[in-house]
Design a protein around this ligand. Structure first.
Ligand code: FAD
Length: 304
């Protein structure tokens, strides 16, 4: 219930204004967000590279409502890709289609995405389309497939809480598309998604077992030690090398596990969000773990 409440509140403009202008919450947010500028994110990714992890830049923003905002987001992504090349960082980029105007004009969104992916391809890089709520699943997959047919440097995300995901993963494998497997971070109805964690986890393992032997380089994105163990076990059993897939985790979350995987010789990419539009991202992180909410509220009241 708390998760559902927080995910509902992540859409609230009033709460966003309050939280984003509060000094204490800005400090707490820095645990999950690298900063507000590209320089902040570059510094965070460089630190990850020095620790042995590639990064993925996520310029925070979603659900834009004008063409101008969508174009500004696309410019920001081209600038990120240029900066990665100029600074020789080991990193790619992750973006959201609603940030490129999917709700404003689908054709505009497709053109902007196609330009960004072509730019990434010229720079020998890769762009991942994050997966948003189920209202966008089919459109995201369709758009990814269309752009992938022209430029291979694009992949997307599948969410194990959705009933449809096993079939989507099979279709995307058939199209040769790289995937990131996650559990899913949005509020979904029981008609579309498994309500029970045990079912989400079982589906995660089922889909992981489709991805790993596919011969395509996929990302296994989770902080769940059981999912990580299942992946290691399956890879060892099927003689799938540590260079054939990567684990992925979020900036600031389970850094102990991140370090452990690196020590064990696994590839571990860290997803580095930055930008001033951090409210919905932050609320999803609170929803994932009640302890984060407790930490946030205790800081708020201690200072307030
Ligand atoms: C690299 C990456 C990219 C992602 N991209 C997407 C995407 O495109 N679309 C999407 O819907 N979701 C995305 N997610 C989020 C994902 O769907 C889950 O909501 C999130 O990863 C939590 O699930 P979990 O697999 O870590 O397992 P859980 O069962 O939720 O958590 C397992 C353990 O991980 C730790 N943990 C998990 N979350 C947190 C947190 N917020 N703070 C502190 N500890 C935590 C706790 O120790 C917890 O017990 C992404 C996640 C990662 C790692």
């Amino acid at each position: 219930m708390l998760r559902a409440l927080l995910l509902n509140l992540s859409q609230s403009q009033r709460l966003a204004r309050f939280v984003m202008h509060n000094g204490t919450s800005r400090r707490v947010v820095r645990r999950f967000v690298a900063g507000e500028t590209l320089d902040d994110a570059v510094a965070a990714v460089r630190a990850q590279n020095q620790a042995g992890s590639p990064g993925s830049f996520d310029y925070l923003g979603e659900s834009v409502s004008t063409e101008a905002e969508a174009r500004r987001a696309a410019d920001a992504y081209r600038a990120i890709l240029d900066r990665i090349a100029a600074e020789r960082l080991d990193a790619n980029a992750s973006l959201k289609l609603t940030q490129l105007g999917l709700d404003v004009d689908a054709a505009l969104c497709e053109n902007l995405l196609s330009d960004i992916v072509a730019h990434a391809e010229r720079l020998n890089n890769f762009v991942r389309i994050d997966m948003e709520s189920s209202a966008y699943t089919q459109r995201t997959i369709d758009l990814c497939k269309r752009v992938h047919a022209k430029h291979a440097s694009v992949g997307t995300v599948v969410q194990s809480y959705l009933f449809r995901t096993e079939q989507d993963a099979k279709d995307l494998i058939a199209a040769g598309i790289r995937m990131r497997l996650v559990k899913g971070a949005y509020k979904e109805p029981p008609a579309l998604a498994y309500p029970k964690k045990s079912d989400v986890d079982a589906n995660y393992v089922r889909v992981m077992k489709l991805l790993l032997p596919s011969g395509i380089y996929h990302g296994i994105a989770t902080h769940d030690p059981d999912m990580i163990e299942a992946t290691k076990h399956f890879a060892t059993e099927h003689e799938i090398g540590k260079d054939k897939f990567e684990f992925q985790m979020l900036y600031g979350i389970r850094t102990d596990l991140q370090e452990q995987l690196r020590r064990e010789g696994y590839r571990l990419r860290v997803y580095v969000p930055f930008g001033s539009d951090w409210f919905p991202y932050f609320m999803r992180r609170l929803a994932e773990r009640p302890a984060n909410l407790k930490f946030f509220l205790s800081n708020l009241f201690r200072r307030g």
